[in-house]
Design a protein around this ligand. Structure first.
Ligand code: NAD
Length: 384
């Protein structure tokens, strides 16, 4: 019997992406897999059930999807109700955020479910680039953040000379030059803005400049390069120096887009309330880091748009990739298919824990939490 791969319908609020698009089915069926799709799974991304059927999948009910799939593919982690439908021997693949919700991993392990998380891939491994869903989704987010900023800003982004007058180009500052920040720089440049950017990793200066942005050099030099190409958290002194320097730069900007993150920590505070109050009326801030944990801007409220007393609009979208569900799903489908094919051999699941991607992404297996960092979170004092 061929292994059955099920595509679950996302149920998290506001989530419109789907784990697999019809175009991605061919590679899986060619590998000997049979694809089941939960009815309505593609609706949020404007993909009708029929498109999946035409591509060779069977569209099934929620009950049949969970009962009949050997592997369940999804975007976000399952709800408690969906997790309870999973059974021993099944595999779940998605952006499961195991470090943020280790308890769910414990539950899945106890149920005998093999959980594989896309956000745990070793991102610097070149073979894993096609599986890098964090990058593909951050790209859509960085792009969309600029469009939101341009849509919210009451003036032109480009320099415009017309018979009715001249528009000055917008000054756009991007804080955090990771994947989302680089895409934001490119998008703002294409709209004609004058773009500056800043990051605590010095290597990003050249990357920003190559896209046409000016790299902001603060008076206090900070190198906060951390492990794995990420940033480390700043010390209290570094934070104070950074804040004072950044406040001056922010005051002269029309638009600020913040994307800064430090893995496993609260997002760093980069735009203080004082800095917002020093901005001109009509200025716009889009805080991509905003979540229940807080954001890069002191005044941002996750999921909301607010206008301050001095006329600055602060937009704090929570799930930007879900607002571009078709492109985000297309890229995600490629990422999840690559990861799945990495753990399938001769039409069956084949976990080789000596292989780097498998070792990093399989979080639970054989009734245990096998990921060391997640096991440590669940049992801080115990042996890993
Ligand atoms: P991220 O989402 O963790 O953070 C976004 C950016 O915020 C980072 O550039 C970080 O340096 C910056 N930041 C953190 N604290 C800051 C502060 N106090 N002030 C200013 N900026 C701050 O990062 P990401 O976009 O997921 O990617 C991070 C790194 O991973 C990058 O180096 C990226 O190139 C690398 N990466 C490498 C590969 C690869 O080698 N194939 C693939 C994907 C990502």
């Amino acid at each position: 019997m061929p292994m059955k791969v099920g595509v679950a319908r996302e149920t998290a609020q506001g989530e419109r992406r789907v784990a697999l698009v019809p175009e991605a089915l061919g590679k899986l069926t060619a590998a000997g897999l049979e694809v089941l799709v939960e009815a309505g799974a593609g609706a949020g991304a404007m993909i009708p059930d029929q498109a999946y059927t035409d591509a060779g999948a069977s569209v099934v009910s929620t009950g049949d999807l969970y009962a009949g799939s050997d592997v369940v593919l999804r975007v976000q982690k399952p709800s408690a109700e969906e997790a309870a439908r999973l059974r021993s021997g099944q595999t779940l693949v998605g952006l499961l955020t195991p470090l943020l919700d280790p308890a769910l991993m414990g539950t899945l392990a106890s149920a005998g479910v093999t959980a594989v998380s896309l956000d745990a891939i070793p991102r610097t491994l070149s073979r894993a680039q096609t599986m890098d869903a964090l990058s593909s989704q951050a790209n859509t987010g960085g792009y969309k953040a600029v469009l939101i900023a341009a849509n919210t800003y009451g003036r032109y982004f480009p320099l415009l000379t017309t018979a009715a007058g001249t528009a000055k180009p917008a000054n756009v500052l991007i804080l955090g030059i990771g994947v989302a920040g680089l895409q934001a720089i490119g998008t703002a440049k294409r709209l004609g803005a004058v773009v500056s950017a800043y990051d605590v990793r010095p290597e990003t200066a050249e990357q920003a400049q190559s896209l046409g942005a000016r790299f902001v050099k603060l008076k206090t030099a900070i190198d906060a390069t951390g492990a794995g190409g990420y940033a480390r958290e700043l010390t209290a002194e570094e934070r104070a120096a950074q804040q004072a320097d950044l406040n001056e730069v922010i005051a002269s900007q029309d638009v600020v887009i913040t994307t800064a993150q430090v893995p496993g920590r609260k997002p760093p505070l980069l735009v203080t309330a004082d800095a917002v109050h020093a901005m001109k009326p009509g200025s716009v801030i889009v805080d991509m880091a905003a979540s229940a944990l807080g954001g890069n801007c002191e005044l941002s409220q996750a999921g909301e748009t607010i206008v301050t007393d001095n006329g600055v609009t602060i937009v704090s979208p929570e799930n930007l990739p879900a607002t571009m569900p078709s492109s985000a799903s297309q890229f995600y489908a490629r990422n999840i298919s690559s990861l799945l094919l990495n753990i399938v051999k001769d039409g069956a699941l084949n976990l080789d824990f000596e292989e780097e991607v498998t070792k990093a992404t399989v979080i639970t297996h054989g009734g245990r939490v096998v990921s060391e960092p997640v096991a440590k979170l669940l049992n801080p004092g115990g042996a890993a």
